[in-house]
Ligand binder design. Structure first.
Ligand code: SAH
Ligand code: F3S
Length: 477
């Protein structure tokens, strides 16, 4: 996130480097595609394998083990991974001892079919089975294919301290929930990541404490649906109603978790992603208002501005309810920025329904957006019960209209910062100029300014003087 541009599936996954553990001799090449949760899972996998004698390498050619953490969210994401497998195959011809494993959502979706379809794959591991990797690797060394795609009702990896891969040393991710129970009809996530579970707040706060001790300045709490975070002693959220009175009385919800974190670590910035409109409570918004160190930015995917489309998508709110939520956010947090996810051309979408999406965007004026053409996913309720009947050309035209409008709104929102002072956390050198720093303000806008005697990880006040459609330009205030 952090750009108004459409985020297409990354052309190149992120090949990752890590701190090296002494005495480790085996080499792991690991790449991550898709969401931030995948990136965080990849860090968990690197941590598990570091105990098994693996250090990471960024050279595919020298790897003993190649792992790719995959995404299934749209067809294109899967195609990208298939292409990477071809590349690994070419390298394996030179280095036949190299083993190849597929992790993540595609592993879960395709299971052992992967081994038949892609001869190069030795290992298939779903998102809840990473602790089984040492056993699975032993199977592979014994010359057997290894598959574990069992989804868990408990696994949260709460006891594993992720190896921070490719980090800027300033911002880090901490997972707080796994899975999703929402069953939006277009979405494959409930099938690939399983039921929703929340992680023990103690282990979350411990991980944050550890990151703060290591000088991290900004922490993003991650989940498919962070607002439905609920800890009452463990297990699935749906079982809460059967929990004991004590468990209910001591339960921690997302607003409380945010409050705990922001109170204990006042010098640390907190972000969170992703919010679901139907689950976002006013308590969360008030908690954001209470703490200066909770960033004023909400990613609030809506997918469509039409109530009838939202109904077909099984989103549990109407256009009007979403607008009411937006009104509340703007009232309680006037300085808050907002971003959307939109899907163009969902099953049966009429021109009028599409216009409702554009008019909702006009109403909200989002700062950023992530926009996609509907891509039918095997096994989802939409694939089973509805027809993917919007012509590709129509989908693309509607998507372009949405993107164009978002560009205008993004640019408008950026302009509002001109002449104002913003607090920026310095993340590193600007990509375009060695003489400039880059960092983000509370609203998640990228800010570029000339280097002085500041350092990475410093918070500085910047006077915004100019902007492009996605970046603010300024100088020390
Ligand atoms: N709650 C999740 C959503 C994951 S999917 C989160 O953490 O962000 C991210 C976005 O991908 C969705 O909000 C939706 O806009 C888009 N998406 C999901 N399934 C899709 C599909 N079948 N076709 C096109 N876009 C899809
Ligand atoms: Fe997918 Fe809807 Fe959950 S988009 S991740 S099923 S909230």
């Amino acid at each position: 996130m952090g750009s108004e541009k459409v985020i297409e599936e990354k052309k190149q996954g992120q090949a990752l480097l890590t701190d090296h553990k002494q005495g480790n001799h085996k080499k792991l090449f690991i790449e991550s595609y898709g969401c931030q949760m995948n990136l965080n899972d990849t860090e968990i996998v690197a941590s598990i394998l570091s105990e098994e004698g693996y250090n990471t390498t960024h050279l595919l050619e020298e790897a003993d083990l190649v792992l790719v953490n995959t995404c299934s969210i749209r067809e294109k994401a899967e195609q990208t991974v298939r292409k990477r497998l071809e590349k690994y195959n070419a390298v394996k011809k030179i280095n036949p001892a190299m083993k190849v494993g597929v992790l993540g959502c595609m592993a879960e979706r395709l299971k052992s079919k992967f081994l038949e379809e892609e001869k190069i794959v030795d290992l298939v591991v779903g998102p809840d089975a990473y602790k089984d990797l040492p056993n699975l690797l032993a199977e592979v060394s014994a010359g057997r294919d290894a598959v574990n795609v069992i989804l868990s009702k408990e696994e949260t990896y709460g006891d594993i301290s992720p190896v921070r891969l490719n980090s800027n040393g300033v911002s880090a991710f901490v997972s707080i929930t796994r899975g999703c129970d929402n069953m939006c009809t277009f979405c494959v996530v409930p099938f690939t990541r399983g039921r929703e579970r929340s992680r023990d707040p103690k282990s979350i706060l411990e991980e944050v404490r550890d990151l703060v001790a290591k000088n991290y300045k900004e922490i993003t709490l991650l989940g498919q649906n962070v607002d439905s975070y609920l800890w009452y002693g463990g297990g699935l959220k749906k079982d809460f109603k059967n929990a004991s009175e004590i468990a209910k009385a001591t339960a921690v919800d997302f607003a409380q978790l945010l409050d705990l974190a922001a109170t204990e670590f006042q010098k640390t910035r907190f972000r969170f992603s992703t919010s679901n409109p139907q689950d976002m409570s006013l308590d969360v918004i008030h908690t954001m208002a209470k703490h200066e160190n909770i960033c004023k930015y909400i990613h609030l995917p809506v997918q469509s501005g039409s109530t009838t489309v939202l109904e077909r998508m099984n989103r549990q709110h109407t256009r009007e309810e979403y607008m009411e939520l937006i009104d509340n956010i703007k009232k309680i947090l006037p300085e808050c920025s907002l971003s959307q996810d939109m899907i163009a051309g969902f099953c049966g979408e009429t021109e009028e329904e599409h216009q409702d999406t554009l008019s909702l965007m006009e109403y909200v004026q989002y700062d950023f957006g992530f926009m996609f053409a509907y891509s039918e996913r095997p096994g989802t309720p939409a694939e089973k019960r509805m027809e993917d009947d919007v012509q590709l050309a129509v989908k693309k035209r509607r998507l372009n209209e949405i993107i164009q409008l978002q560009r205008e709104h993004g640019a408008y929102r950026m302009e509002q910062f001109i002449g104002k002072n913003v607090e920026v956390l310095i993340e590193g050198t600007s990509k375009k100029s060695d003489a400039h720093w880059k960092g983000r303000n509370s609203q998640n806008a990228m800010v570029i300014f000339p280097k002085g005697d500041e350092q990475i990880g410093d918070f500085v006040d910047i006077l915004v003087e100019d902007c492009t459609s996605a970046t603010l330009l300024g100088k020390r205030a």
